[in-house]
Design a protein around this ligand. Structure first.
Ligand SMILES: O=C(O)C(=O)C[C@H](O)[C@H](O)CO
Length: 304
C-alpha cells in the first residue's frame, strides 16, 4: 500500500569541489536531501513531495525541473516574484565538511507565510518531515504558523518527524535557538538528532542523555545518530537498541550523512519495518553517500 511523505524546508544551489579550481553546481538542502533519499528508497506507490518557496529566476526554474526529474512532487512549491534561491559552498578537510552560505534573502524564508497553503500540504500526508534548519530560516511568526500546523497533524494521528540539525549561524541567539528546537521536537513524535550537535549545543554528556532529554519533552520515538559509533533507537518506551554504523571503504565528503540516513530510515519505517531494521538500512545508505562528493548521489549507487 502506498502513501505520501512531505518534507518541508529549503533547497539551495550547492557548490561542491570538482577538481583543481573547479566547482560543481548542484541543488541540495537538508530536508530536500532527505526527500531525495526517501524518493530513491521508496516504491512507486509512495509519493514524496517537497514544500518550499522559490524565486521566479532561471535558477529556481532549473531547481524545480531537477526536483521533478527526480520524481519529487513540486505541486506545493510557491514562486515568489523577484526572489532567488539560497546558495552554499562545501569546503572539505579530510572528508569533514564546512559550509559557507549565501541565503539571507532566499525565497524559502517565506515558505510558511500562508497557513492555509501549509495545511493543504500537511493534511494529506502520511508523514511530514522538517528540521531545525527549516525553523532557523523562518521569522518567529512563521515558525509559529508552521509548528501549529504540525501539531495539528500530530494530534490527528500523523507521523511528524524532526531532525534538529543545529546550525548556530542561522539563529539570532542561543536561547532562542535552543527554545525553538525544543518547540520543534514537541511538535513531532519522532526526533532524529545527531549526537555531536546535541552534545555541543545542549551539553548532553551521553547518547542516553540526549534520548532522555527528548523523551522528557514528550517525544515518543528518538533516533540518535552518532557517526561511526552508529545509531541508538528508543521507541515507544521500550529498551534502547543500538545499530552499528556501516564501515565505508573511502570517506570523501560527510555532507548529507544524517539526511540520507533519515530518508532511507523513514522509507523503511513507513512501510512497517522494525525501527532497528530501518536504521540498519539507513546506516548502509549513509555509508555509500559519504564516499561521494556533494549531498546527493545517484539512486543507482544505493544498496537495495
Ligand atoms: O546546512 C544547510 O543548511 C544545508 O541544508 C546544506 C547541506 O545540504 C546540509 O546541511 C547537509 O546536511
Amino acid at each position: 500500500m502506498g502513501g505520501r511523505l512531505l518534507s518541508i524546508g529549503e533547497c539551495m544551489v550547492e557548490l561542491s569541489q570538482a577538481g583543481e579550481g573547479l566547482l560543481r553546481k548542484g541543488f541540495a538542502g537538508d530536508t530536500f536531501n532527505t526527500a531525495w533519499y526517501a524518493r530513491a528508497c521508496l516504491p512507486a506507490e509512495w509519493s514524496v513531495d517537497y514544500f518550499t518557496a522559490l524565486g521566479d529566476d532561471p535558477l529556481s526554474s532549473e531547481m524545480l525541473t531537477f526536483m521533478k526529474e527526480a520524481g519529487i512532487g513540486t505541486g506545493f512549491i510557491r514562486r515568489i516574484e523577484k526572489s532567488t534561491p539560497g546558495l552554499y559552498l562545501i569546503t572539505l578537510k579530510n572528508g569533514e565538511r564546512t559550509f559557507s552560505y549565501w541565503r539571507d534573502t532566499a525565497a524559502a524564508k517565506k515558505l510558511a507565510n500562508d497557513a492555509g497553503h501549509l495545511r493543504d500540504a500537511i493534511e494529506t500526508a502520511d508523514i511530514v518531515y522538517f528540521s531545525g534548519i527549516t525553523l532557523g530560516i523562518l521569522a518567529p511568526e512563521a515558525v509559529e504558523t508552521l509548528l501549529s500546523e504540525l501539531r495539528r497533524a500530530k494530534a490527528a494521528g500523523g507521523t511528524v518527524a524532526f531532525d534538529p540539525n543545529i546550525r548556530p549561524r542561522l539563529w539570532p541567539d542561543r536561547d532562542y535557538m535552543l527554545g525553538t528546537i525544543e518547540a520543534g521536537a514537541r511538535a513531532a513524535n519522532l526526533v532524529l538528532p545527531s549526537f555531536d550537535d546535541e552534545a555541543t549545543h545542549f551539553g548532553d554528556a551521553t547518547v542516553a542523555g540526549t534520548i532522555a532529554r527528548y523523551h522528557a519533552l514528550g517525544v515518543e520515538n528518538v533516533v540518535v545518530k552518532n557517526g561511526e559509533d552508529g545509531a541508538t533507537l528508543s521507541f515507544g518506551g521500550g529498551e534502547p537498541v543500538h545499530v552499528p554504523a556501516v564501515r565505508t571503504a573511502r570517506l570523501v565528503d560527510t555532507t548529507s550523512a544524517g539526511d540520507s540516513f533519515n530518508g532511507a530510515f523513514l522509507s523503511r519505517l513507513v512501510r512497517g519495518a522494525a525501527p532497528q531494521e530501518a536504521a540498519a538500512y539507513g546506516a548502509a545508505v549513509a555509508a555509500v553517500v559519504i564516499g561521494h562528493h556533494g549531498a546527493l548521489i545517484s539512486p543507482a549507487l544505493l544498496p537495495g
